[in-house]
Design a binder for this molecule. Structure first.
Ligand SMILES: *Cc1c(COP(=O)(O)O)cnc(C)c1O
Length: 427
């Protein structure tokens, strides 16, 4: 499949039915799998043979969908998780432990900010946040001897900053650690971070990949290029024997291409159990089949809404990387030349109150804690997803109190703009 273009992979990668087999991927709704002998199964437990034994670790439906996502991202291996939160946590915790440190862009999703700065801190993992616009020198200063990963979002939710992936990858690699990029917003249809030097890519598949607001899910993709053994002192979990798996050393046994996902599956998924239900993987795959057709429409609607809002007297500014006036127009053109996504954010003159009035008056756009599905929706992040942040943290994350995040769906853009116009009128 790797020789095909993205659209073809969206439709067909991950599963090729044999003669007389179901055309659509089968939902293997089974917790467990049968073996003839205990010895057969023992080999699976020892990771000496590959196969299924318990759906907490691996399930064929999930694996087919993960394989499709791996191919879309140009990665070597992938796994599904129960949510985007689980994907980011497991991707980072697979290489960090108590005493480790992460360098992260400050412009990230509120849930991930909380995960890294509060919950992982309780586990003894520290973080230094850097502005995505920092200079190479500033980025350099954020590193410590115990830094184990660099993290950022290709397009940040909700600030819509575009990560300079090459800059972050260079810094990470100078320090012998991988770059982890959350690529939820552009999806591999519009941006493939691994091609720009990222090592691990994560997704909240809940968003555009599913695309219909049907199922929470996540994915982790390994580019398969990071040389763990060359930095063995930093990554004992990958480069020294895992006693909980009969002494297997993942980086030796599975090499660059397999070590990360194998460890994450057989150790972290085994112990944490944040699995995606096969039924949800099936819904996710339905979404993936049309991802390449839907993304251009989301971009078209986002662009139209952004252009309309940018001209409106009641709007103080618009963030949308597709606007030539946007701070991230150039990096967006470089990293995602076909456009980014359908999410637009803007600040209304009149702050939080104006945002409230505007959102209540919208007819097509529902108020939802969600983005990136077929139906247009909107949200005031400061009073919802980001409400745990202080005013200062909100500013650093690029989310002032009067900001509205609007996710343009797949409706007709003329109708969306008429809706925006009448709601702005009401302020
Ligand atoms: C939504 C989102 C997440 C969290 O994903 P869930 O599936 O809601 O757990 C992580 N990163 C980004 C960029 C998101 O938009």
């Amino acid at each position: 499949m790797s020789e095909y273009k993205t659209g073809t992979k969206c439709v067909q990668a991950g599963y090729t039915p044999g003669n007389g087999q179901p055309r659509q991927i089968p939902i293997i709704q089974s917790t467990t799998f049968r073996y003839e002998t205990g010895e057969d199964m023992g080999k699976l437990f020892d990771l000496e043979a590959s196969g299924y034994f318990y759906s907490r670790l691996q399930n064929p439906t999930n694996d087919m969908v993960a394989a499709k996502i791996a191919q879309l991202e140009g990665g070597a291996a992938a796994m599904l998780t129960s949510s985007g939160q689980a994907a980011n946590f497991m991707a980072l915790f697979n290489i960090c432990e108590c005493g480790s440190h992460i360098v992260s862009s400050s412009s990230i999703y509120g849930g991930t900010f909380n995960l890294i700065s509060v919950t992982m801190a309780k586990m003894g993992v520290k973080v230094t946040f850097v502005s995505p616009d920092c200079t190479e020198e500033e980025l350099e200063e954020a590193f410590q001897d115990n830094t184990r990963a660099v993290f950022g979002e290709s397009i940040a939710n909700p600030a819509l900053t575009v990560l300079d992936i090459e800059k972050f990858a260079r810094a990470a690699h100078r320090h012998g650690v991988p770059l982890v990029v959350d690529n939820t917003f552009p999806t591999p249809v519009n941006c493939r971070p691994i091609e720009w030097g990222a090592d691990i890519v994560t997704h909240s598949t809940t968003k555009y990949m599913d695309g219909h607001g049907a199922a929470i899910g996540g994915a982790i993709v390994d580019g398969g290029r990071f040389d763990w053994m060359a930095h063995a002192d930093k990554f004992p979990g990958l480069c020294t024997p895992d006693e909980s798996y009969h002494g297997v050393t993942y980086a030796e046994r599975f090499g660059r291409e397999g070590a990360f996902i194998t460890k994450c599956t057989s150790q972290l998924m085994r112990d944490l159990g944040c699995v995606q239900a096969p039924q949800n993987a099936f819904y996710l795959n339905l979404g993936l089949e049309s991802l390449h057709v839907r993304m251009p429409r989301h971009v078209e609607n986002g662009q139209a809404a952004a252009e309309f809002l940018a001209e409106h007297p009641k709007v103080s500014y618009v963030n949308y990387p597709g606007l030539p006036s946007d701070r991230y127009y150039e990096p967006a053109r470089k990293y995602m030349p076909r456009g980014g996504c359908g999410v637009v954010s803007f600040e209304l003159k009149g702050g939080r109150r104006a945002a409230e009035t505007f959102m209540t008056r919208l007819k097509l756009a529902a108020i939802e804690t969600h983005v990136a599905d077929a139906r247009t929706c909107c949200l005031n992040p400061a009073s919802t997803t980001h409400r745990q942040m202080t005013e200062q943290q909100l500013l650093e994350a690029g989310v002032p109190a009067g900001l509205v995040r609007m996710s343009c769906g797949l409706e007709d853009k003329e109708d969306l703009i008429a809706d925006l116009a009448q709601a702005l009128e009401a302020i």
